[in-house]
Write a protein that binds this ligand. Structure first.
Ligand code: BJW
Length: 246
């Protein structure tokens, strides 16, 4: 079995997607039986879809909140947490997942690029996003209490990033700084992601630009597989612990 090449100077940037949580029992998006099966992506993953039918979108996210109950981290999450513990400042994890499992595994050097399922924010006012574990009834679209107190009506929305919405510039700057500082000592590792969604799908190119090496662990070859130096096909829960063994 191959091992990720990690020396005393190696910097590791990890990108994870839905595939890493699959063995915790959370469906991916695009695989058969996935979260979007039976859904039009434009209806549940864009602001326009939310404006058109907030009840449908809240049903989708409330079901996902309910489904997280009792879900636990799997060996792939643990293997990455152990790598962060070994590397410290030379490690950064970027996840597209909103399930909070990397935090549960103990990561601190973590960027949740697409938000957090268990947070909501107002679709109108600038109150900061807040923890919200509520599973709303199917006929309820929650309203912002702060706006209501000011005599206005405004919907709450999940604190996630939908298609067409900007990624937090602070997150992108932190990733860029890490990649630049690492230079040729960078190892980029992508795990369980289809390579279809930007800007995450192009991180592999940023790693190549600075002379780093790129690795991919995925159940099947994703859209951007040809852009990686090393491709390891297999399930993250079994493959990653072996690849990252000290
Ligand atoms: C396993 C496994 C196991 C299964 N082990 N593997 C450039 C070109 C073209 C378009 C664009 C572009 N730049 C931006 C865009 C537009 C758009 C985009 O990417 N469109 C594409 C469709 C072409 N991007 C955006 O709009 C983004 N915004 C942006 O870039 O703004 C620009 C900007 C930046 C800064 C300032 C100002 C402006 C936002 C994208 C937001 C995506 N949001 C979603 C929903 C989040 C909330 C939620 O979770 O509901 O994020 S969409 C959805 O896709 C979700 C996921 O995080 C994301 C990626 O999915 P992922 O993780 O890859 O899952 P799957 O299911 O697709 O794949 C799983 C994989 O795992 C599969 O390959 C399996 O084989 C594998 N697998 N089991 C290992 N056990």
């Amino acid at each position: 079995m191959e091992r990720l090449p990690v020396t005393d100077t190696t910097h590791v940037l990890v990108l994870t997607g839905a595939g890493i949580s699959a063995e915790s029992g959370i469906p991916t998006f695009r695989d058969a039986g996935g979260l979007w099966e039976g859904h039009d992506v434009r209806e549940v993953a864009t602001l326009d879809g939310f404006v058109r039918d907030p009840l449908l979108v809240w049903r989708f996210y409330s079901q996902r909140r309910a489904a997280l109950d009792g879900v636990v981290v799997n060996p792939a999450h643990h293997a990455l947490a152990a790598l962060e513990a070994r590397l410290g400042e030379r490690f950064l994890l970027v996840t597209q997942n909103i399930d909070g499992l990397h935090r549960a595994a103990g990561h601190t050097r973590l960027i949740e690029l697409h938000g957090d399922l268990m947070r909501s924010r107002c679709s109108r006012c600038d109150r900061p996003p807040f923890e919200d574990r509520s599973v709303y009834r199917p006929n309820v679209a929650p309203m912002c209490g702060r706006c209501r107190a000011a005599g206005k009506d405004a919907l709450l929305r999940p604190d996630v990033v939908w298609f067409g919405e900007p990624i937090d510039r602070g997150h992108l700057a932190r990733i860029e700084a890490f990649v630049r500082a690492a230079g040729r000592s960078l190892v980029f590792l992508a795990v369980g992601t289809s390579g279809l969604v930007e800007p995450a799908a192009s991180l592999v190119d940023a790693a190549r630009t600075v002379g780093g090496h790129s690795w991919l662990v995925n159940a099947e070859p994703p859209a951007n597989a040809a852009r990686f130096d090393h491709v390891v096909l297999g399930k993250a829960g079994t493959t990653l612990p072996a690849l990252l063994a000290a």
